[in-house]
Design a protein around this ligand. Structure first.
Ligand code: HSE
Length: 449
């Protein structure tokens, strides 16, 4: 059988890795796919550079539409990124009947519903293993390997840049700004690292995992997104003293409402810094590595670890999708793996819960005047709010008082689970106490047990 022909849009870091791995492992891949897979056309604005990367036997064009409309091309790989021209080209490729492989998490998290519907109408596949956690086959695991399970929750370190920054802040006791500059110098963080450090990149990935886990549409606009820019070095140190590490987690959880507690049915979808017990394997995932924990009712807890970015690790995921499509492309659409794991007519309208309805535990740090009764006032507000304290830490005053300047200290409190709206109200009351001197720091905590 002739090799299946692939067109590649965008030959940057991941594109060149894909081209190289496909070439280097072509015999092995052919034995697995049952057919050769060849990139025969590349579209990139920098034609000269693209040509130097792929050699004379691959056609290089600057206009991606020449590739999309080429009758010999069966599969289009989109590695342009973003939601601009990439979206237009992806929809045109689908309309032209091409199967699609993409690493574009932003595009699918924001416009996935439109793209998957267009693909279903055309009977083509959209594969996106590389969009979540780079080389870790987490989409395959969720969509196929864990298909027997009711997924209960997923929690992942799914952004390497922020994990590198947090690891360095903890190891070296440095502040966020200093480490960010180091991450940029080492090439982990982009010159504009906003999407990474503000949690947006992780939220794109969490949105995709949430949809696949619970059979709901992709709903990035409903995700709660909080990055690591406000995280202080002292909170990382206090967390460590209490037996925790702080990680930026992407979390999605199925919640079953309980009328007696005033909680409702739905799905939590959130990205924020999170305390996790140091003894958990995932707490020890350091540097730019990624890891995802999935809890299913039958399998229990599973953990997937590996490189979440980089040329060949991400190419590994792109090529896995090419092989899947090559194996399945003669099957009729009804017998292929559904884009979001569940059959399109069996999707659920389970709502994404607002952050106020999320249930979790908390780390609170209060900068207080070191005087009689402060602790009693704080704990009585928590008790009146039905929030149970799990652990507490108070150091001797670290700023010695004077006539005009009272002594100050940090009061650190870990709580048991409560509803976020209840915690918000308690924080507002504590913040209003005259002895609380600065904005109360609140970091959510997950046991991941
Ligand atoms: N910016 C991402 C990260 C790269 O730091 O993990 C892969 O999505």
């Amino acid at each position: 059988m002739n090799p299946i022909q692939v067109g590649l849009m965008g030959i940057g870091v991941v594109g060149s890795g894909t081209f190289n791995v496909l070439k280097r492992n072509q015999e092995e891949i052919k034995r697995r796919a049952g057919r050769g897979i060849e990139i025969t056309m590349v579209a990139d604005l920098d034609v000269a550079r693209a040509r130097s990367l792929v050699g004379p036997n691959v056609k290089v064009v600057s206009d991606a539409r020449a590739l999309i409309t080429h009758p010999e091309i069966d599969i289009v790989i989109e590695l342009i990124g973003g939601c601009g021209i990439a979206k237009t080209l992806v929809l045109e490729a689908i309309a032209a009947g091409k199967h699609l492989v993409t690493a574009n998490k932003a595009l699918l998290a924001v416009h996935g519903t439109e793209i998957f519907a267009a693909a279903s109408n055309q009977g083509v596949m959209v594969a996106f293993e590389a969009a979540v956690a780079g080389g870790i086959p987490i989409i395959k695991a969720l969509r196929e390997g864990l298909t027997a399970n009711r997924i209960q929750w997923i929690a992942g370190i799914i952004n390497g840049t922020t994990n590198f920054i947090l690891s360095e802040m903890r190891d070296k006791g440095l502040g966020f700004d200093v480490v960010l500059k180091e991450a940029q110098r080492l090439g982990y963080a982009e010159a504009d690292p906003t999407f990474d450090i503000e949690g947006v990149d992780a939220a794109h990935k969490a949105t995709l995992m949430s949809a696949i886990a619970f059979g709901i549409p992709v709903q990035f606009d409903k995700a709660y997104v909080e990055g690591i820019t406000q995280l202080g070095a002292s909170d990382i140190q206090y967390a460590q003293q209490l037996g925790y590490r702080i990680k930026l987690l992407g979390i999605t959880k199925r919640r079953f409402g309980d009328l007696t507690k005033g909680t409702v049915d739905g799905v939590e979808l959130r990205v924020h810094p999170c305390l996790i017990p140091s003894r958990r394997l995932i707490a020890n995932v350091e540097g730019a590595m990624n890891a995802v924990m999935v809890q299913g009712d039958a399998v229990g807890t599973t953990l997937y670890y590996g490189k979440g970015a980089g040329s060949e690790p991400t190419a590994s995921a792109v090529i896995a999708d090419l092989v899947d499509i090559t194996r399945l492309h003669t099957a009729d659409a009804a017998h292929r793996v559904p884009h979001l794991a569940f059959q399109p007519n069996a999707m659920s309208d389970l709502p994404i819960l607002p952050m106020s309805a999320v249930i979790t535990s908390y780390y609170l740090r209060l900068r207080v005047v070191d005087e009689t009764g402060v602790l009693a006032k704080v704990t009585s507000i928590l008790a009146q709010s039905n929030i149970s304290i799990d652990a507490m830490l108070q150091r001797e005053a670290d700023e010695v008082g004077s006539e005009n300047q009272p002594a100050q200290t940090d009061l650190v409190i870990l709580t048991h689970d409560c509803v976020e709206s209840c915690m918000n109200a308690a924080i507002a009351r504590m913040q209003a106490l005259p002895s609380v001197l600065q904005t109360i720091v609140r970091i959510r905590k997950e046991d991941l047990a």
